[in-house]
Design a protein around this ligand. Sequence first.
Ligand code: 5GP
Ligand code: ZN
Length: 122
Amino acid sequence: MRCIFCRIVAGEADGDILFQDEKMTAFRDMRPQAPTHVLIVPNSHVSSLAELLDTDSSLLVRMFSQAHHLAEAMGVADKGYRLIINNGPDAGQVVDHLHLHLLGGKRMPPNRMSLRWKDEMA
Ligand code: 5GP
Ligand code: ZN
């Protein structure tokens, strides 16, 4: 069976698609972790960041730009948003089709390491 994100991109599986062009697709995460939780994926099946950098590195910039445009369109850009790529098993990547998470619409906790660093600098 084909990968679930490939099927959403192809319109073969349900997905709340917010944006699509010839290179990438953005759709709502089915288990949102924030009021705004969108996944931005390459249309072709790419498993990892290394694979994307090898095949179409300019798409990475376009995915991040699109994430910002979506954040603006969804009204979360001004207050801030988080962009995450879980890349590989140690990062907890579950779906083997590279995806950029866009999370926004709520106040998220700062990274614990950054807080420690801030304390040490004070
Ligand atoms: P990962 O942990 O691999 O970075 O994130 C995978 C994400 O894909 C999760 O947030 C999960 O909720 C989402 N997801 C998994 N299956 C589906 C699906 O069939 N449709 C949608 N819209 N999201 C999915
Ligand atoms: Zn795929």
